[in-house]
Design a protein around this ligand. Sequence first.
Ligand SMILES: Nc1ncnc2c1ncn2[C@@H]1O[C@H](COP(=O)(O)OP(=O)(O)O)[C@@H](O)[C@H]1O
Ligand SMILES: [Mg+2]
Length: 316
Amino acid sequence: MSSGRDVAISIRNFVKRFGDIVAVRGLNLDIYDREIFGLLGPNGSGKSTTMLTIATVYRPTEGDIYVYGKSVSRESDEVRKYVGIAFQEPKAMWIDKPIEILTWHARVIGYSMSDARRVVREVMEMLDLWEQRNKMFSELSGGTRKKVEVAKVLIQRPRVAIFDEPTAQLDVIAKHIVWKAIKELSREGSTVIVATNEMYEAEALSERIGIIYKGELKGLGTPAELKDKIPGGDIIEIHIEGSLDPLTKQMLAEKLGAYKIDHNNGLIRIYVDKGEEKITPAIEMLSNKVKIKMISMKEPSLDDVFMFFTGARLGE
Ligand SMILES: Nc1ncnc2c1ncn2[C@@H]1O[C@H](COP(=O)(O)OP(=O)(O)O)[C@@H](O)[C@H]1O
Ligand SMILES: [Mg+2]
């Protein structure tokens, strides 16, 4: 199935090992020109490893990644010209001030002194950082340090902009400010990749989302496409006391025509069509087997998508 869109980044059979640890296990993924792509997964999934390899900080153990046709393994100098990255853990000098860090950064990229001053001020005002420009980096909160890191990429306007958990530690208002700035960057022509472990952020920001878990891609598509991949339109959730025996689970599945039933930690999730007609029979079947604490029905959210594809919860 061809999307007809130009590919900016092509990840091919990418494996990254650190000694015995396999951080990424054979990733294949195309990221389109000028899209905002969300890489969604809990901590330890391989998001940073993948992004750092696109940015040529790491080299692939196996496979390769092409950025506008250039190989990160063989043409890393070329790739580096395209890419800007806001690291998950900003590493600035603690005694520096944000305005100095960013002006220096703008000069290194090639802005004249007067352009550097102008662009730095624009970006700092956009991110609501201007008031803090003369504080020491060490005095800034984790979230504000992250904004300084994000500002570097916004100043650079690279063809490929990578943001590794850009809004971790920011409050809701600050998150929206950063999202707006990232969307603006995309509108002006950058291809954007954002790593996040927050469903809400992935959905707010991304055109397409890749669900990555334990170094493997588990799902790929727009938020709507991912939700559509959950079989049946509805999920019945039943909180119970005690546990569900396999035979009851099987009978339940047959009686309700369920596509899938998950059960862990006292929560049964039943994927069905026409959920509203299935609640009563579900209660009838279960009520003499287990104690039902709560029952509800919902349409799939991206959280459910994540659980469906990985069997895990994002927070775990
Ligand atoms: N430099 C490194 N040395 C050894 N192990 C690493 C290194 N970087 C990452 N890992 C391991 O690789 C796995 C994936 O990590 P990472 O890419 O940071 O995931 P994420 O960004 O999704 O949290 C984890 O098990 C992590 O401990
Ligand atoms: Mg990470």
